[in-house]
Design a protein around this ligand. Structure first.
Ligand SMILES: [Zn+2]
Length: 127
């Protein structure tokens, strides 16, 4: 039987990992604590960056009406000369992208619902 770690886990059971040094595993050995702390810090930062990005995206997502409104403002702006055709083109192109993404996600959602109702469990074709 290989040497197992002599520490206990949070539930009070003995750790079942293989001992690394001094009868302790890599997760329990104090020598590796700075490394573990750094990994926890990085993990925490990555999680909070991701959640900040998600909140910001949710706040900035536009409804179809809002997109339509921006396109209308750009059209009028070009006609009265307050917006350059270049800016209006950029607005039009972003609006097309937003509509395409929305359509794709709606189709994906409807497909998933249909698959679920049909009892399709094969996920080979899913991302
Ligand atoms: Zn251990």
């Amino acid at each position: 039987m290989p040497n197992t770690c002599s520490a206990q886990n949070k539930a009070g059971q003995s750790c079942s990992a293989q001992a690394w040094k001094g009868g302790l595993c890599r997760w329990h050995h104090p020598e590796l604590e700075p490394q573990r702390a750094e990994e926890r810090r990085k993990g925490g930062a990555a999680r909070s960056n991701a959640s900040r990005a998600r909140r910001r995206m949710a706040a900035e997502a536009m409804t179809p009406n809002e997109i339509q409104g921006f396109v209308a403002v750009a059209m009028r702006g070009v006609m009265v000369g307050s917006i350059t055709p270049g800016i209006a083109n950029a607005v039009a192109s972003l609006a097309r992208a937003a509509v395409a993404v929305r359509e794709a996600s709606e189709i994906e959602q409807r497909l998933a619902e249909l698959e679920q109702r049909a009892g399709v469990t094969d996920r080979r074709w899913r991302a």
